[in-house]
Write a protein that binds this ligand. Structure first.
Ligand code: GUN
Length: 289
């Protein structure tokens, strides 16, 4: 059995960032405007600090006005809401992202509700989630969560057409499972959302032409669950005790069966920030277009 093609998210994300940088430079040259991305971090969760630093750096690299607001862990909900009100009112701010998870004393839902939906580059505001779920909004003006959007770009890279394919999403989170299922449906796939209570999960996954694994458990999806030739998108980023990163799919087994598969690291991960930058440009065009 030949080995699966590796879907090179690192290269595809780099290409996307080059396109975004060209577009940002064009906007600046033609109109003197610079898209602005503001990321808010509350507290000092080590993983979140790393993510926010990467977002800040890559937004700067594509020529955006990139601002990170690092607030202390004891920031009150009122103070965070006041910060959001200020950014919502500032016309130079195109994208706002509040890094999750927030400290326990803050109501995450209330914070997401307070972001101007037109600046919600995470696509988590109920207005944006609702537009996606209703299938009414066109992709052009829709702010869609970044990891699902990145997963779809990788699938389109790997497959000539998604229409009519059987897709199984494992995981039903607000950030990944649910939105990626909506995007697959929009792409005319037949979509199943599997989760921790699904019976005969291996049997369900074996039907799939497309598997999207987003469960957060290392090596959870076994190679013999994969239909030969299927395309596998591994959204998991799990840190093993030895410090290495690994996905939700047992890669060494799955690579022998799948037609195409994303590695971890270097698959979906790099696409997330590239799509955040793309969403910032989408928000800029929709607001100041
Ligand atoms: N923390 C982990 N992933 C994400 C994400 O996509 N958006 C936000 N805001 N926080 C996160």
């Amino acid at each position: 059995m030949p080995q699966a093609t590796l879907i090179d998210g690192k290269a595809i994300a780099a290409e996307l960032r080059v396109q975004i940088a060209l577009e940002v430079a064009g906007i600046k040259a033609a109109r003197g405007l610079v898209p602005g991305l503001h990321v808010i971090l509350v507290g000092d969760d080590p993983a979140s600090r790393v993510y926010v630093a990467s977002k800040e750096k890559l937004a700067t690299e594509v020529g955006m006005n990139s601002v990170a607001h690092r607030l202390p862990a004891d920031t009150s909900q009122g103070e965070l809401l006041a910060k959001l009100a200020q950014l919502n009112a500032d016309d130079s701010v195109d994208g706002i992202l509040v890094q999750l998870p927030l400290p326990k004393h803050i109501d995450t839902g209330a914070i997401i509700d307070a972001i101007d939906p037109a600046k919600d580059v995470d696509g988590l505001h109920p207005i944006n989630a609702g537009r996606l779920a209703s299938g009414k909004a066109s992709g052009e003006h829709l702010l869609v969560p970044c990891t699902p959007l990145g997963s779809m770009l990788l699938l389109r890279h790997a497959l000539p057409s998604l229409s009519g394919l059987e897709a199984v999403v494992i995981g039903r989170s607000e950030l990944v499972g649910r939105p990626v299922a909506q995007l697959l449906l929009q792409a005319d796939c037949t979509v199943t959302i599997a989760h921790s209570r699904t019976k005969d999960l291996a049997l369900v996954v074996r039907r799939a032409d497309i598997v999207v694994a987003a469960v957060g458990r290392p090596g959870f999806v076994k190679g013999d669950w994969i239909k030969p030739g299927a395309t596998v998108i591994d959204v998991g980023i799990n840190r093993l005790p030895d410090g290495k990163l690994t996905g939700d799919v047992a890669f060494a087994e799955a690579v022998e069966v799948a037609g195409a598969i994303t590695p971890v690291p270097g698959g979906v991960g790099p696409m997330t920030i590239a799509c955040l930058l793309r969403n910032t440009l989408t928000a800029f065009k929709a607001r100041r277009g």
